[in-house]
Ligand binder design. Sequence first.
Ligand code: UD1
Length: 344
Amino acid sequence: MQKKILVTGGAGYIGSHTVVELQNSGYEVVIIDDFSNSLPDSLKGIESITGKKPFFEQLDLCDAAGLKLFFNKHKNIAGCIHFAASKAVGESVNKPLHYYRNNLNSLMNLMECMIANGVEPLVFSSSCTVYGQPEKLPVTEDAPILKALAPYGNTKQICEEIIQDTITSGVKVKAIALRYFNPIGAHPSAKIGELPQGIPNNLVPYITQTAFGVRKELSVYGNDYNTPDGSCIRDYIHVVDLAKAHVIAISRLINGINKKPYEIFNLGTGNGYSVFEVIKAFEKASGKPLPHKVVPRREGDIEKIYADTKFANEELGWKAQLGIDDMMAHAWAWEQYYRKATHA
Ligand code: UD1
């Protein structure tokens, strides 16, 4: 019988790509999403890629009673992958209470339902933001956690602690936290991808929207960093590679081959690219110049970060396969497909 996985936030960017990979790996998927930062279109996209319609329920995970009812209906869930969360760094500074309430309550409600229903495996969506600007690069999983610069990052740190403390208390939950570096790109089919609401904060959606003519030009936040070309360096990872790591992580827990009840992995490629290098890679993929100008640094940006991928490579048997050229080509294909499909 197919094992059933609950994916919270499964209509969102990383969630939808993970649903595709779970279905392709033979799992049955049930999705909970409140569409606060996603659209029903992504569910259609999933179905058109895999030919399988995932079960979907529109629900806010802060609705504890609604979540209990959901678990009463779905008695045989084998594991949960928890994406549902608010994720805009800047917005979190202006709406801290919303971020703490939403991100913490969602996780706690989910874990309470899991425990009450004997569902043990949990994969949690965390972020490299927990490291701040690390002293040593590439950054390993045991690097110190630094005080978060924004409430968003703090919610990721606190959520990791909630999971740790719950497991330490002796209840039967086992978990893997995946600390993502910078997820970009889209499904190669261009049927699903990132759907930023309003003006994008993140680099790649801003680039693709600029290339499509939705934005006038990209602002490069600073060229006076201590890096070879002066712009910030990040470890960009293709969202499909990231999605595949989730399938491996949940399978590891379901099959009981995890080494500890709570494990943490960095998910990156191990390669750092500067903002100017990303722009060049995009120009190569799209075949046209990208209008951009240098502006002052963005507050809160760290200079450079990239992952040490050894632990994930060795323990999960996972390695990112797709490079920066694929990331750019797929992000660009998605932007064009989505704009044409929606006439936006
Ligand atoms: C942020 C979050 C990270 C989150 C990620 C994706 C922090 C420290 N990081 O990463 O946790 O997972 O978003 O949601 O909270 N840039 C420009 N011009 C732009 C936009 C970005 O030059 O218009 C530059 C930035 O200065 C940075 C790089 O591009 O150097 C990447 O920025 P962005 O895509 O926003 O991601 P991060 O800030 O690295």
